[in-house]
Unconditional design. Structure first.
Length: 71
């Protein structure tokens, strides 16, 4: 059985065109260093936010079952 990946492909294409190829992504992160708290602070915030996702919580459960503390 093959999964339908058309929606995720469409979203990746949109992100690539609208955010990356347009330069918006680079400008956003450059502005963090120039005008804001810095890229490191933003990355820490994004990591904290992502660590509460269903996927991250599942990863923790798998690591616990395997007896692995870190990757």
């Amino acid at each position: 059985m093959e999964a339908d990946t058309s929606l995720i492909r469409k979203d990746f294409k949109r992100v690539a065109e609208d955010r990356i190829l347009s330069g918006a992504f680079a400008e956003e992160f450059t502005a963090l260093d120039r005008d804001g708290p810095g890229v490191q602070k933003k990355l820490e915030e994004l990591f904290e936010e992502a660590s509460h996702s269903e996927l991250a919580e599942g990863e923790v459960r798998v690591r616990e079952r395997l007896g692995v503390k870190t990757i």
